[in-house]
Write a protein that binds this ligand. Structure first.
Ligand code: FE2
Length: 425
């Protein structure tokens, strides 16, 4: 007997199978008898995927758009300034309420694991306390991994180092940084070294905002890769954004990419936010604000799409939909072949799960029973349609359902219901 069978769905690899769930685990995959289940979801013709994973977000700032005012220049730096004003006046309760509302959106979208940076540049650490509370409140349906993030600079802000260590002592999971925001390149490199040593001492992962800049001389990823291999942190370090790489000298990049691969450092580009923020000082040609995604993948570097922001001082839009993120990334990185489009789907599911180090993730017997049924026939169609999440199952429980959204045509001689499905021939 199973508690639940998801019947007849198409898995991301194209195979068709039933998935039997007992408790919070996948108990069987194959041809199963619906009579043996307490409940059955008919997924015939629909895509059944492991859940979406966001490797880069800011739950402490989300849903605060317009507070205390709107980012007029649209730049990263004005956003940091606005957040600096807001975090003086926002309460812990307001941060918790907004983050929980965002987690409701995420649950409805099948986004069931989120790595969120939390600002540690505030002596009260109310944001850290708020996000620890949120992590605990949603743990039965969303896995939140928190990164200690010294937003105003680990050295540039006089109490950031002490507060970041306090945040880690309070239970924050991952060590963050922002080397390109320190006062000098030398300070930036020193902060990377210091933070990686803290992570190595504590047995923690590292995820730094790194080189989120149009300045081709912002090369902190080089130091991050060096420290990752020096300290034996291979497979446990990620560089987020890495936008300066779009403007680096090609010869330098030809040396850099093998170093990143050798160090086992992953990359997390955030295409929605960076296509919006970067290149604001450019005339034309105007830079795209995206790192070298396909080139890194060709070197065997793990690359995952991140969302970064939804309705906050940096980004005004967003719906917690990782298919939106992958859709934008696909365009900006020109990942247009069928294999590349499928890779974009993997980059918001299995590849992001690898970056977070999620255990027992995926569609296999023994895995945590978290999955999404999408109104699409395959991963490429899911991207094209930003497909409706018909059912979301987290840890064995159905937590969200959305009805199919077929249009009803009222054109004589044409079919009534339009679903916009159009699988590859
Ligand atoms: Fe960020």
């Amino acid at each position: 007997m199973f508690d639940l069978i998801v019947k007849g769905g198409t898995l991301p690899d194209g195979s068709v199978a039933d998935i039997g769930i007992t408790g919070d685990r996948i108990a069987a995959i194959g041809k199963l008898d619906a009579a043996e289940a307490g409940e059955v979801i008919d997924a015939t013709g629909d895509l059944v995927s492991p859940p979406f994973v966001d490797p880069h977000f800011h739950l402490d700032a989300t849903l605060s758009y317009g507070l205390p005012r709107i980012n007029a220049s649209g730049t990263l730096l004005e956003g940091i300034g606005l957040w600096g004003e807001l975090k003086q006046i926002v309460t812990q309760e307001e941060m918790v309420a907004r983050a929980l509302e965002y987690c409701d959106w995420a649950a409805s979208m099948g986004l069931l694991a989120i790595r969120s940076h939390v600002d540690t540049c505030d002596d009260s650490l109310k944001g850290v306390a708020a996000m620890l509370e949120v992590r605990d409140k949603v743990k039965n349906y969303i896995d939140v991994q928190l990164v200690a993030f010294p937003q105003d600079g680990f050295y540039r802000d006089p109490t950031a180092r002490a507060n970041t260590l306090r945040a880690l002592d309070m239970g924050v999971d991952v060590v963050g940084g922002i080397p390109h925001f320190e006062r000098t390149m030398a300070d930036g490199a020193a902060s990377v070294r210091d933070l990686c040593e803290i992570a190595a001492e504590r047995g923690l992962r590292v995820d730094m905002h790194c080189d989120e800049s149009d300045d081709p001389h912002s090369r902190h990823i080089e130091t991050l890769a060096y420290e990752a291999q020096r300290l034996g942190l291979q497979g446990r370090v990620a560089g987020s954004h890495l936008t300066s790489m779009h403007s680096m000298d090609n010869y330098y990049v030809s040396k850099l990419l093998p170093l990143i691969a050798e160090a086992g450092v992953a990359a997390i580009p955030n295409p929605l936010i960076n296509i919006m923020l970067q290149g604001r000082r450019d005339t034309f040609p105007k830079r795209r604000g995206l790192t070298r995604v396909k080139e890194m993948q060709a070197h065997g570097i793990t690359v995952g799409w991140g969302q970064d922001c939804v309705r906050d001082p940096w980004y005004s839009l967003g719906t917690a939909d990782m298919l939106d993120v992958a859709f934008m990334g696909l365009h900006v990185a020109q990942m247009s072949s069928p294999d590349e489009m499928r890779r974009c789907f993997d980059m918001v599911t299995v590849e992001n799960a690898r970056i977070l180090g999620l255990e027992d993730y995926g569609l296999h017997v023994g895995a945590i029973a978290s999955l999404v049924v999408l109104d699409a026939g395959d991963p490429i169609e899911a991207l094209r349609l930003r497909a409706t999440r018909l059912s979301v199952i987290s840890k064995g429980r159905i937590i969200a359902r959305t009805p199919r959204q077929d249009a009803a045509l009222e054109i004589p001689g044409r079919p009534n219901a339009v679903r916009r499905r159009h699988p590859l021939a």
